[in-house]
Ligand binder design. Sequence first.
Ligand code: 76R
Length: 248
Amino acid sequence: MSEAAKTLDGWYCLHDFRSMDWHAFKQLSSDERQLAITEFQQVFSKWNQVADSGEGSHAIYNILGQKADIMFMVLRPTMDELLHIETEINKTTLSQYMIPTYSYVSVVELSNYLSEEDGDPYQNPHVRARLYPALPKSQYVCFYPMDKKREGEDNWYMLPSAARKEMMYSHGKIGRGYAGKVKQIITGSVGFDDYEWGVTLFAEDVLQFKKLIYEMRFDEVSARYGVFGSFFVGTILKEDAFSKYLYV
Ligand code: 76R
């Protein structure tokens, strides 16, 4: 048996995708629509209080294309809090006009391929900043789930740890070439959802997602072992623009 990668695990993560049922929403009077928006904004203000106290983080994006209209990405110290948040969204009036289209459950993950440090990593401020991240307010987001292949000769999990380490070094090197352009958050989902990881990327220039992901496709770890789910790309939905977005 090859040695399992060791992971550090941070905040739990829910990616919750919804599509607007504009037809149904338009049937409401403008007063009813306004009430639904105001009620939903109260949910946001609770999330903001949590974020301000450093007990979690969230990001809200408009998704382009027909897979969804809105993505809520929420980070919390426990999975139970995410369950509470999902239920809270579902109980709002606005959610009656939103169709759930996809969701992803995972936990912020750092693996030990490139860093073998002394001491308790959970006490290291640099590590903590990555395990419990305040999500950036970048203009664009890109999310997709992925696996590492387990097929015949191409089985990531049968490789000796030194071989995986070498490939992850090359992966990290490409990634670092995008420092300052793309911020990535890797969340682990083995045992939690259908793929093994969620990849969430943030950038100010949407084209950098394509450039980074394309470059990685030619790198062995992605070229040989990467298996990808659906891609979602979107633009930030700032809270002050929320009622404008919902104006019909
Ligand atoms: O944690 C670190 O920053 C150290 C290096 C590193 C690890 C261990 C790293 C760097 N990644 C790691 C792990 Mn990554 N990453 C992806 C994708 O589309 C594709 O081809 C793959 C999707 C992108 C775009 C990306 C970006 N990475 C992982 C893992 C877990 C692997 C495992 O445990 O087997 C996955 C699934 C994954 C996938 N990676 C980086 C980036 C970027 C931009 C970096 C540089 C980060 C930086 O140094 O700032």
